[in-house]
Design a protein around this ligand. Sequence first.
Ligand SMILES: Nc1ncnc2c1ncn2[C@@H]1O[C@H](COP(=O)(O)OP(=O)(O)OP(=O)(O)O)[C@@H](O)[C@H]1O
Length: 226
Amino acid sequence: MSEIVFEGVSHDFGAERVVDDVSLVLAERRIGIVGANGSGKSTLARMINGLVSPAAGRVLVDGLDVSRRAREVRRRVGFVFTNADNQIVMPTVREDVAFTLRRHKLEKADAAARVDATLERLGLTDLADRPAHRLSGGQKQLLALASVLVAEPGILVADEPTTLLDARNARLIARHFASLDQQLVVVSHQLELLEDFDRVIVMEHGRIVADDVPSIALDAYRVLIA
Ligand SMILES: Nc1ncnc2c1ncn2[C@@H]1O[C@H](COP(=O)(O)OP(=O)(O)OP(=O)(O)O)[C@@H](O)[C@H]1O
């Protein structure tokens, strides 16, 4: 399992302290992050692959300082955004998944086999030649996930991956998460998605206010927002 370490991490946007002196060691397989709107969850998640650099402190992924070794870290950390439209770049489903591997120096046949296996795994094989922009919201989320997973990152960070989905597609994504070998860090407002995770972190005003197994941390969060 990978290890993600936050050492006294703070971040400001303008005059607002968005992440406030967070220290964490994340070594569990599936970790959820919850908190009210604007509590700093996305900012914290984005620090794991260097999309945001902390103003103070350090973030380490498997011992690599994310701010200094961003390129190596990004090979280990796949990031799935809330809105899959921001992530889909190629005309068809298959091309979009294949695009991720363009710099992986794989033989053409090996790359194609990996793309096919990933499409199969996420139930996208029948949609492989469809225009990506015409997929449903749920199918787009699955495609965004496929395009990240095809690179076989050791860590998957997903920022509200089910927010735009109906209950059925949200369950589909939850099932895929349950079957992944990767270490998973998921920011979500859908608490049921995190119920069988190993650990849940609750944020408020940029600080960690609860950090426990889901049954305890989610209850603490429910009390907080009641
Ligand atoms: N790029 C940015 N520039 C300026 N302010 C930002 C930026 N990104 C986030 N913020 C601000 O930082 C604060 C924390 O935002 P963040 O997205 O981390 O919260 P969040 O907990 O993920 O919220 P939500 O649940 O609404 O997605 C918010 O007040 C937000 O407006």
